[in-house]
Design a binder for this molecule. Structure first.
Ligand SMILES: C[S@@+](CC[C@H](N)C(=O)[O-])C[C@H]1O[C@@H](n2cnc3c(N)ncnc32)[C@H](O)[C@@H]1O
Length: 249
């Protein structure tokens, strides 16, 4: 996982205080839910794309943190050689690069065509990788009951709550029976999560960048998984993140 939620969010805040995602005063202001426009703008260059993934453009850092997230997935939902695995909001393939060698097929979905182009370059040597551009609200190009593991990491913090839940419902649709789902977000109830909340509160309301981190409470995430019908729902919230996982019955 990314070293700390604060590190992740602070880099975003710093970048945004210097450069607006809304390109000029005369351009129409982008809303948080204009995910495709917001994230396509943020990922025009490979350095910008990596910065907005984990707050650094150093490839070594991406590799180390990708391995940490893969380890979380291994410990929670488990990754088996026969699994078809799908990531919602895959970015530049930070996690895919570590995970794809351990599963049958890895499908990375993202709203930004730039992110997907950089992911394709980073994952060039892996033959079991598929990349798909999605609309930002659902997984409509993915067949129902076709996936063994769906996960979504450091993405919910950039989404509105309704869209978070829509992706949990979509994960339920595309998972096979017995398929596993994992999601995380910055935890509002943690010290780091609260610090992010306080700093982002200092943006004047009309100047809040559309992609800044919004934390979740553990109860919010648990509610989505239970309401969507996942079974064996488990939560970990002992650091600045809430991580939740469960199984499609
Ligand atoms: C902070 S990055 C995380 C990337 C990747 N999950 C990782 O852990 O390395 C957030 C990613 O979510 C993507 N994204 C943002 N809104 C999205 C949406 N509504 N649907 C799908 N992807 C989205 C962005 O383009 C970006 O690649």
């Amino acid at each position: 996982m990314v070293e700390s939620v604060w590190n992740h969010a602070e880099q975003h805040t710093e970048v945004e205080m210097n450069k607006s995602v809304n390109p000029s005063e005369s351009s129409p202001r982008l809303e948080r839910s204009d995910y495709k426009a917001v994230w396509t703008n943020l990922s025009e260059t490979v350095a910008g794309a990596k910065m907005h993934v984990i707050g650094t453009d150093r490839e070594e850092d991406l590799v180390v943190s990708g391995a940490q997230t893969y380890e979380w997935l291994r410990k929670t939902v488990g990754i088996r050689p026969e699994d078809v695995v799908l990531e919602i909001g895959c970015g530049v393939g930070r996690v895919g690069k570590e995970l794809a060698p351990h599963c049958r097929r890895w499908i990375g979905c993202d709203v930004s065509p730039h992110m997907l182009r950089f992911a394709a370059e980073r994952l060039r040597g892996l033959s079991n990788v598929e990349l798909k551009e999605i609309n930002g609200y659902n997984l409509q190009t993915i067949l129902s009951d076709s996936i063994d593991v769906v996960y979504c990491t450091i993405v919910f913090m950039h989404l509105e709550s309704w869209d978070r839940y829509s992706y949990v419902l979509e994960a339920m649709r595309v998972l096979r029976r017995g398929g596993r789902f994992y999601v995380d977000n910055a935890n509002l109830c943690s010290e780091g999560g609260w610090k992010v909340f306080e700093v982002h509160r200092t943006f004047p309301p009309r100047q809040r960048p559309p992609h800044i981190t919004e934390c979740s409470t553990p109860q919010e995430i648990e509610t989505y998984l239970r309401r969507a019908g996942l079974h064996d729902v488990r939560l970990r919230a002992d650091d600045d993140f809430v991580r939740a996982w469960g199984r499609k019955p």
